[in-house]
Design a protein around this ligand. Structure first.
Ligand code: SAH
Length: 356
């Protein structure tokens, strides 16, 4: 089958996806054009913005790739206080960006659960239309439900690596890092009613085009509503600080993963991640052109942003006003696309599932 015919298929098996990911430069141009066509037909040329705060870098886990892993003693730990979070909520609300995302290291104390509830209650009290995404790791089904009931509507929990055996090359093999638990958390997130997001890192040692194709199939079969993927970037002070990407062209492979996800899942939300920008100066713009439709400008106070170091990253500009937030959201958006304001930015994939 020629590449163009392959792109027009409605159902893709693993071999098809391998071929899409493993394409030559001429085919890659066709792949990106197809992804853009699918994107325009299903989610249009708008891009949703989420104001991102990184609530805390305290973490009880020890994932080998992550800069804020528990064993990394060189990290100065912080927890934003309520006033700092309030400031970010007002910024997000006043800007009309439509939604915010709260990410954190993994904590499961009742105090932390309640702190998140307090934040959600406050956000909903000042702006019931502000969409809120949480990305605070593995929690109990009860906690997910409490957070959903307090007004969070989306949850992002990356599976990171969708193959159980390979998962333990990147995580300690113990109860706190159980693949099966991560899977059941994803299910609990969906069961709680959240718009459910997951994703993987691209460029992990030992990864192959076949394993990435399986990741795509995993996300499709789980029928996710949102996808957040990005390149793996080594972080000093972690067991993987010297790890090398198995892909010579990591930027290209990351973009092809985005394009394939858009073609396979059509109407989900896909993030143009900050990690993309770290490995290429126009990484997020190119991600948008390859099918991504969400950007997440970071509104954390600068001193904390430096401490939330998952990987070696380039510092981004200060966001301390409505104008600077809107400018930061617009910055990566290429010609032909625009920032959508005053909407929560729910993926059509979720709307269709819940309105029919
Ligand atoms: N504790 C939360 C949020 C984790 S940080 C959770 O477990 O879901 C968000 C994401 O950053 C992770 O899911 C992981 O995919 C990514 N990440 C961590 N370390 C990274 C690295 N070195 N390079 C690229 N991405 C990384």
């Amino acid at each position: 089958m020629d590449f163009k015919t392959l792109l027009d298929k409605q159902d893709f098996d693993i071999e098809d996806i391998v071929r899409l990911l493993d394409c030559n430069p001429a085919e890659e141009a066709l792949l990106f054009a197809k992804a853009d066509e699918v994107r325009l037909a299903n989610v249009g040329n708008g891009v949703y913005g989420r104001a991102l705060i990184e609530l805390t870098n305290y973490c009880k886990k020890d994932c080998y790739y992550c800069g804020i892993r528990k064993s990394n003693k060189s990290v100065e730990r912080y927890m934003l206080d309520f006033e700092q979070v309030k400031y970010a909520i007002h910024l997000a609300s006043d800007s009309g960006i439509g939604s915010m995302a709260i990410q954190s290291g993994e904590l499961s104390s009742p105090e932390f659960t309640d702190f998140v509830i307090r934040i959600l209650n406050y956000a909903k009290s000042i702006d019931p239309n502000l969409g809120i995404t949480l990305s605070c790791g593995e929690q109990s089904p009860e906690t997910y439900k409490k957070w959903f009931d307090a007004g969070a509507e989306r949850y992002l929990l990356r599976i990171e690596v969708s193959d159980e055996e390979t998962y333990y090359n990147f995580h300690p093999n113990n109860e706190l890092h159980s693949f099966q638990n991560r899977l059941s958390c994803l299910q609990s997130i969906r069961d709680a009613g959240f718009q459910t997001g997951t994703g993987v890192m691209i460029g992990l040692p030992g990864q192959t085009v076949e394993s990435l194709a399986k990741d795509v199939v995993f996300m499709r079969d789980f029928n996710i509503h949102m996808c957040g993927m990005g390149p793996f970037i080594p972080c000093n002070g972690t067991p993987m600080e010297n790890a090398k990407s198995p892909f010579e062209d990591l930027v290209g492979m990351s973009l092809r993963m985005i394009a394939v996800m858009r073609i396979v899942m059509k109407d989900i939300n896909i993030v143009a991640s900050t990690a993309m920008e770290t490995i290429h100066p126009q990484g997020r713009s190119r991600a948008i052109q390859a099918g991504a439709n969400v950007v997440m400008p970071n509104v954390n106070p600068l001193e904390h942003r430096k401490k939330y170091k998952l990987y070696e990253k380039i510092p981004t500009g200060i966001i301390d006003s409505v104008d600077s937030l809107i400018n930061a959201a617009y910055a990566p958006i290429p010609e032909g696309y625009h920032l959508i304001l005053n909407q929560k930015g729910t993926a059509p994939h979720y709307l269709k599932e819940h309105l029919i």
